[in-house]
Design a protein around this ligand. Structure first.
Ligand code: GLU
Length: 466
């Protein structure tokens, strides 16, 4: 089952296919993958789908697609739903060893016990009443129609591990309730299948959110009870909103699909998620390989990192501004907005989202609505039209043309450039016109200057709107 690799590192990302990947679990997936790849190790994608009612096949597919979009690759897949027999064997073994014991309390009875313990100033730890039941007690309870759930009898030891992020950790098992491993309906909680899989699949490192820290203590003991060697653990601090205090409902459910639909670059998402909570700078990277090369799990700290979508938008823009044409080309082609390297060099600095390139593609090569805002600019545009240099054009053409216009009309600064920009692009802002003009070309430029001038005349003769 363990993917063949010469590296001793095998990690797993273990989503429950009960929903889409959100930023929090995408981060866990990414960190696992970066850690493994950096070490030359393997990644297992394990679907924790023991909850048959809530697990869905379409979520399995969506999770695969989202991971692929993010740039996470994996070497093997496993489904817990296919391993029920294996878990049942372990459950039988633990029952035979007296490690799993039957308990019959209802949730209400358990809650009552906990309330009473708290009222007496005691910690609300399960009192092991189930362990004291005789065969007769059990028969009587079952005759009442009760079905047992099964708890793991923990040994009262200090459970220790060296966490790659949190440093030395320990939990006194005497302070933990014996965990329920099997529900009354016979279904398994996550604890046991996860340990059995990690053992069977040769998982060397378990990297997950710090919400699992207590599970880890129990799972380490369970692994040893099953004669296994516990994996190395790393618990990442959970993301919070910019305001702190956990991720809000809105951000907590922000899915990778939302980010993709928003037109963000997967590499920007990856660069942010891989570095949030580390001592490394959040900065654009050229490739997943570059992100991998700079990855070091020991750079993660215990402080709670803040996830701010505005940071992601800014990082996305910075990434685009430095992206080379070869990297952008496939996406530009899909948008029907590939205007070649010169086009990309001209427009990339003006993009927040890659899809914005489509608008500039139309400006450079397509159809736009030329504008002329003031009647007095119409004559200027006609002069500009007459002064347009002959082709071939290059990066100097803009300077030659506007220099001549300045001398001829006395206009300068905004008065010189803005009417030209509005006429040639239909917009008040945009890429450097020296780079854009050769792409627009003489024929389109003449046409736009003509049409803008006519529009300017229209301004002059149009009746004032009152
Ligand atoms: N399916 C579990 C979860 O999504 C896996 C936790 C783990 O990584 O062990 O929380």
């Amino acid at each position: 089952m363990s993917p063949a690799t010469s590296s001793p590192v095998t990690v797993r990302f273990a989503p429950s296919p009960t929903g889409l990947l959100h930023v929090g679990n995408a981060r866990t997936a990414l960190v696992n993958a970066l850690f493994a790849r950096r070490a030359g190790g393997a990644v297992l994608l394990r679907f924790d789908d023991t909850d048959a009612e809530r697990s869905r096949r379409d979520y399995v597919e969506a999770i695969r697609q989202d991971l692929a979009w993010l740039g996470v690759t994996w070497d093997a897949e496993a489904f817990q739903s296919a391993r029920a027999d294996r878990y049942a064997g372990i459950v039988d073994r633990l029952k035979a060893e007296g490690r799993l014991y039957a308990c019959y309390e209802t949730p209400e009875e358990l809650e009552y016990k906990r309330r009473r313990q708290r009222a007496q100033g005691r910690p609300p730890i399960y009192d092991r009443a189930g362990l004291a039941l005789t065969g007769d007690d059990r028969a009587r309870l079952e005759a009442e129609g009760r079905r047992p759930h099964w708890r793991l009898k923990l040994d009262p030891e200090d459970i220790r591990w060296d966490d790659l992020v949190r440093g030395p950790c320990h939990y006194d098992a005497a302070h933990l309730s014996d965990p329920v491993l099997v529900r009354a309906d016979g279904t398994l909680l996550y604890t046991l299948p996860s340990v059995v899989d990690d053992m069977d699949m040769g998982i060397s490192h378990v990297i997950r959110g710090e919400d699992h820290v207590v599970n880890t203590a129990v799972q380490i003991q369970l692994c040893r009870l099953l004669d296994g060697t516990p994996p190395v653990h790393a618990h990442l601090s959970l993301l919070t909103d910019a305001g702190g205090g956990g991720l809000s409902k809105r951000l907590g459910s922000l899915s990778l699909a939302d980010l993709r639909d928003d037109g963000l670059e997967p590499l920007a998402v990856a660069a942010l998620l891989a570095r949030l909570g580390t001592s490394d700078d959040v900065a654009p990277v050229a490739s997943m390989a570059a992100l991998e090369a700079s990855f070091d799990i020991t750079h993660f700290g215990r402080a709670t990192p803040k996830f701010d979508p505005a940071d992601l938008t800014r990082l996305n823009a910075r990434l685009l501004h430095g992206m080379d044409h070869a990297a952008a080309r496939p996406r530009l082609k899909a948008l029907r907005a590939d205007g070649g390297p010169a086009f990309w060099a001209a427009v990339r600095g003006n993009l927040d989202r890659l899809a914005d390139a489509a608008e500039w593609h139309a400006v450079a090569f397509g159809d736009i609505v030329p504008r002329c805002e003031a009647p007095e600019d119409a004559a200027f545009l006609r002069t500009a039209r007459e002064a347009l240099p002959e082709e071939p054009w290059d990066a100097d053409t803009w300077g030659v043309w506007t220099g001549a216009l300045k001398a001829a009309t006395g206009r300068k600064g905004k008065g010189l450039f803005m009417p030209l920009r509005l006429a040639l692009t239909g917009q008040t802002r945009g890429p450097d016109l020296a780079a854009l003009l050769p792409l627009i070309g003489r024929a389109r430029a003449l046409d736009r200057l003509d049409r803008a001038a006519v529009g300017g005349d229209g301004h002059a003769s149009a009746p004032a709107i009152t």
